[in-house]
Design a protein around this ligand. Structure first.
Ligand code: FAD
Length: 308
């Protein structure tokens, strides 16, 4: 039986694996891939301690670091997707898509999530070539440029607010009839002369050559089609945590994020912790995922000391 099973091989899972091995907890970490969401990013400028690194190189460095601890204490299983968790007498049993069964005293869920993708013409072609899903990651690359934000919920307005600090203009587009963000946020942003927000628009296409240079949308009420020159399209139309695995086992928000105690990273089920983008933490960043996972391992270590 393992002391700890870590499910997920992104920044949260990998950080937990390293800390857990250093504490000599008998650990297994499993993931379909060892990468994390930012692996597709051409450039990451906010991984603390490194000015600039590609997402692919960051993922490789994280995995290399983890692999340096592979031993009797740390088992690494790549290609193993956890598909079911069952409560047993002294802990849990995890079943994977490879029909492997692992028993463990504790579990850290670090399964992350995925941004809901835009599906209009050009969205896929220009992904990471002007179309981006992370303002705090990519926003500064668009300094003094004209950009749009797609999505009129709190995430869309918060993204617009961040971008207004350095972009020349920000236009927010919402396909529904009304904005879903808090009114106080909407009102405060609308005071900024660089900001414009339009609801009830049909977003038609993103165009460009090597990079985005235009977005086309139609105002539903008037039928007017607008071809707006922009270099950046920031998409905020929702986030889906990868948490089907623990549905019914731990408490979740209506959108499927695992509810945690933010001091300890514990879930509603004793013996299960969660960290990173699978949780109801407000901010989705590599540095936050790693820090929260380390916090979880500290707590798991204390739990195991008290309960063994
Ligand atoms: C395009 C893009 C660019 C980004 N750029 C930046 C940036 O510049 N800076 C920054 O700080 N943040 C950035 N982010 C955000 C950052 O990538 C995330 O906050 C971070 O990856 C979260 O880490 P995580 O470990 O919680 O989850 P994830 O990175 O989502 O990793 C979860 C892992 O778990 C695996 N997994 C899922 N389900 C299972 C299962 N059932 N069994 C086994 N394994 C499973 C997944 O395959 C994945 O490997 C970016 C995000 C995106 C989408």
């Amino acid at each position: 039986m393992y002391d700890l099973a870590i499910i997920g091989g992104g920044p949260a899972g990998v950080s937990a694996g390293i800390y857990s091995a250093r504490k000599k907890l008998k650990t297994i970490i499993m993931s379909d891939f060892f990468q994390g969401q930012s692996a597709v990013s051409p450039e990451i400028q906010n991984w603390i301690g490194v000015r600039s690194i590609s997402g692919e190189d960051l993922a490789k460095q994280l995995t290399d670091h983890l692999r340096s601890y592979e031993s009797d204490i740390l088992t690494i299983k790549e290609g193993d997707l956890a598909v079911a968790i069952t409560k047993i007498a002294d802990g849990f049993e995890i079943k994977t898509n490879q029909n492997n069964l692992y028993t463990t005293k504790t579990i850290l869920i670090a399964t992350g999530g995925r941004r809901r993708k835009l599906t209009i013409a050009g969205a896929k072609e220009f992904d990471q070539k002007g179309v981006t899903y992370c303002a705090s990651c990519d926003g500064p690359l668009f300094s003094d440029q004209d950009v749009v934000v797609i999505g009129g919920g709190n995430a869309g307005f918060n993204t617009a607010s961040q971008l207004l600090a350095y972009c020349r203009s920000v236009t927010l587009l919402e396909s529904g009839p009304t904005f879903r963000a808090e009114q106080i946020t909407i009102d405060s942003l609308l005071k900024n002369p660089k900001f414009k927000a339009l609801s009830d628009v049909e977003i038609i296409a993103i165009k460009g050559e090597q990079f985005v240079n235009q977005i086309t949308y139609k105002k539903s009420q008037t039928g007017e089609t607008i071809e707006q020159p922009v270099t950046g399209v920031f998409v905020e139309i929702g986030f889906e945590p990868n948490t089907d695995l623990v549905k019914g086992l731990v408490d979740m928000t209506p959108t499927g994020a695992i509810m945690i105690d933010h001091q300890h990273q514990t879930t509603s089920t004793v013996g299960i912790w969660s960290a990173g983008d699978s949780t109801n933490g407000l901010y989705h960043q590599n540095n936050i995922a790693t820090g929260d996972a380390i916090k979880a391992v500290e707590d798991i270590y204390s739990f195991l000391q008290k309960n063994s």
